[in-house]
Design a protein around this ligand. Structure first.
Ligand code: 13P
Length: 311
C-alpha cells in the first residue's frame, strides 16, 4: 500500500460513498475504536448490527462477530478487515463434536456463548453473551438441565452464581487463561486502593479476587460509576483506551501474566485488524461474510431468542 495515502481521509470518503457504518469491539486497537461509528461489547454490537440503516457494515472485531451481523442483517453487505481474525473459543468447539456432545445429553437445553461459529449456533437453543447470560438463565425453569459451550470458565461462573448444575464444554479463551493469580495478588499488594474488575472468561483463580465481574461494557460502566480512583483490569487491555478517555483522572492497571507483562493478554485475532485493512476492505468490497441461507436461518433462531430474552 502506498505509504503516503491519507488513510483517515480515504476511509472517511469510502464510508460515505458506500453508506457504511464501522462497528468496533472494545478489544480493537485505540485508533480503530476512535474512528468507529460505534464501539461496544458483543451484545450491543449485535443489536447495532440488527438496527442499522447503513448499507454496509464494516465489523472490526473477530469473524464470528461479523457472522452475527450477517445473521441478523442479511440484506446488508458485511465486511471484515481480515478474514483470518478467528477466536480460540470458536476453534475449541467444532460443529461435529458439538453435535455429538448434544446427543450425549438429549434432554438438555443448549445455552451457547456467542463466541462460536454460525454452525454451532445453528445447533444451539439459546445464545448468550457475558452481559445477558445471568438474566437469560434466570428465565429458564430451575429444573431444566443445561449444557453450556464453549467457555468453561464463563460456564462455571454462571453455574456458581445461579446455583444450577450445568454440563460444561471444555473450551477457554487463550488470552483470559494467561492471567496469573500470583501476579494479581502482588499487584493488589502494590495498589491496595485498587478495585479489580474481571471478565467472566477469566479462570476462577482470577475471578475470586474480583470486586466486579462482567462483560466488557459492564466493566467499563463499573469503573466509570465507581468512586474509586484506581482499578486493575483483568480482560483484553485495549478496553483501557475507552476507560482513559472517559475518566482521565482515574488510573487503570492491566492485569498481567506470569511474565509480569500484559502482552500475553492482547488478543492476537483482534490485533489482525488495522487501519490499512479497513481501508482495503471498503475499497475492494472484501473480505465479505456470506452464509448459506439455511444456515443463516438456523443460526438466527437461537440468536433471536437471545435478543428477545435480553432487557
Ligand atoms: P463481551 O464483549 O461480551 O464482554 O465479550 C468479550 C469477548 O470475549 C469478545 O470476544
Amino acid at each position: 500500500l502506498d505509504p503516503t495515502i491519507d488513510l483517515y481521509g480515504e476511509i472517511e470518503r469510502l464510508r460515505r460513498q458506500r453508506k457504511a457504518v464501522i462497528l468496533a469491539h472494545y478489544y480493537q486497537d485505540g485508533e480503530i475504536q476512535d474512528l468507529a461509528d460505534f464501539v461496544g461489547d458483543s451484545l450491543d454490537l449485535s443489536r447495532k448490527a440488527a438496527a442499522t440503516d447503513a448499507e454496509v457494515i464494516v465489523f472490526c472485531g473477530v469473524r464470528f462477530m461479523g457472522e452475527v451481523a450477517k445473521i441478523v442483517s442479511p440484506g446488508k453487505t458485511v465486511l471484515i478487515p481480515d478474514a483470518e481474525a478467528g477466536c480460540s473459543l470458536e476453534d475449541s468447539c467444532k460443529p461435529e463434536a458439538f453435535r455429538r456432545f448434544r446427543e450425549l445429553h438429549p434432554d438438555h437445553l443448549a445455552l451457547t456463548y456467542i463466541n462460536c461459529s454460525a454452525e454451532v449456533k445453528a445447533l444451539s437453543d439459546i445464545i448468550v453473551t457475558s452481559s445477558n447470560a445471568e438474566a437469560i438463565l434466570a428465565q429458564l425453569p430451575a429444573d431444566q438441565p443445561i449444557v453450556f459451550a464453549p467457555d468453561r470458565h464463563l460456564g462455571a461462573y454462571l453455574a456458581k452464581k445461579s446455583g444450577r448444575k450445568m454440563t460444561l464444554w471444555p473450551g477457554s479463551c487463550i488470552i483470559h487463561e494467561q492471567f496469573s493469580e500470583r501476579e494479581l495478588v502482588k499487584l493488589r499488594a502494590r495498589h491496595p486502593q485498587a478495585l479489580v474488575a474481571a471478565h467472566p472468561e477469566c479462570p476462577e483463580g482470577i475471578l475470586r479476587h474480583a470486586d466486579h465481574v462482567g462483560s466488557t461494557r459492564a466493566i467499563l460502566d463499573f469503573v466509570l460509576a465507581s468512586a474509586a480512583k484506581e482499578f486493575i483490569i483483568a480482560t483484553e487491555p485495549h478496553i483501557i483506551h475507552q476507560m482513559q478517555k472517559a475518566a482521565p483522572d482515574k488510573t487503570f492497571i492491566a492485569a498481567v501474566g506470569m511474565d509480569g507483562s500484559c502482552d500475553c493478554a492482547r488478543c492476537p485475532f483482534m490485533a489482525r485488524n488495522t487501519l490499512e485493512k479497513i481501508y482495503l476492505c471498503l475499497l475492494n468490497d472484501a473480505p465479505r461474510i456470506e452464509l448459506p441461507e439455511d444456515l443463516r436461518q438456523a443460526a438466527l433462531k437461537p440468536l433471536q431468542r437471545m435478543l428477545d430474552m435480553s432487557v
